[in-house]
Design a protein around this ligand. Structure first.
Ligand code: LIP
Length: 291
């Protein structure tokens, strides 16, 4: 990976400016999805009949696109919902999930987030991009997580209290609390369940909370020791990725590759070797049986 864009020489890539934009727009979109939520959500499905999208996902993304275009008219854009892909001219692309944890939003479970990141490279590739600033906002809990490359990661609570984020320093796999998630397709879920069954006896426990962006933020704040998932898109991953790395953790794919749809693994460096070894062994065993 290249070095971070130099802030002094290149104001277009000033990562602290990008971070503030991500925070401001994500906080505004977070207020919108809570305050303007209709009594009855309009719901449709995407890849399967449980992969839902609501009208608020699209409306929140439209709000975000408008706000970013006003502030950064020459940047690129990639969002989860319709009508969002735009090639830019600055080398910065905004990668957005307007509601990460849509099922939780639909059910009223307070574990969903607005995720906005500024990335360099092409976020529609694996290994060809990285985030340089990002924000994840849980609007119900009032938590605003953010980071900028080389400038650390923080969480600001509803009271306005700011906390510098540090990942867990746990090294004992048997004590690890691990977050994960599952896809929407039955064959993918069967494989994910088999991998989970493989590692569960060797860790403390798992948590399945329903938002990848928030799971990555929990790794960054040390409220879980590790997170892994197969099947993430760039918009699930981008902001949480830079928040974890700026909190002292590592985010990768299989065998130290770049994170992507095949696998995202995030944890502190003390736990990384035993966790990745156990996880990849379980994945290989399941790849053999599901082949
Ligand atoms: C969700 C992810 C979560 C995953 C869900 C879903 P969405 O994103 O954040 O980690 O397990 O299946 O993909 O669809 O709510 O934006």
């Amino acid at each position: 990976m290249g070095t971070a864009p130099d802030r002094q020489d290149d104001p277009v890539h000033d990562v602290e400016v990008l971070r503030k934009i991500a925070v401001d727009v994500a906080v505004s979109a977070g207020r919108f999805i809570v305050d303007d939520r209709p009594v009855t959500l309009s719901v449709t499905t995407k890849t399967t009949d449980t992969d839902v999208v609501t009208d608020m996902d699209q409306r929140a993304q439209d709000l975000i696109v408008t706000a970013l275009r006003e502030r950064r008219p020459d940047d690129g854009f990639l969002g989860e919902e319709e009508g969002s892909t735009r090639t830019g001219r600055t080398g910065i692309t905004w990668v957005v999930d307007p509601i990460d944890g849509t099922v939780n939003y639909l059910y009223g479970i307070p574990a969903y987030a607005v995720s906005i990141a500024a990335v360099v490279g092409d976020p529609q590739t694996t290994g060809g991009w990285r985030p340089v600033a990002g924000a994840v906002v849980n609007p119900v809990m009032g938590h605003t997580y953010s980071a900028a490359e080389g400038a650390g990661a923080q969480r600001i609570d509803a009271s306005g209290r700011s906390m510098t984020l540090r990942v867990s320093d746990l090294s004992d796999l048997s004590q690890a609390l691990v977050a994960t998630g599952f896809g929407y397709a039955a064959d993918r879920r069967a494989w994910q369940a088999a991998v989970l069954a493989g590692i569960l006896p060797d860790i403390r426990d798992i948590r399945r909370m329903g938002s990848a962006a928030l799971d990555l933020c929990r790794v960054a704040e040390g409220s879980v020791d590790a997170y892994y998932e197969r099947g993430l898109n760039a918009w699930d991953l981008a902001a949480g990725w830079v928040i974890v790395t700026e909190a002292g953790g590592t985010v990768s794919g299989r065998s130290d590759a770049a994170p992507g749809s095949d696998l995202v693994v995030a944890c502190g460096n003390a736990l990384r070797a035993p966790f990745v070894e156990r996880l990849e062994r379980a994945m290989s065993e399941c790849d053999v049986t599901s082949a």
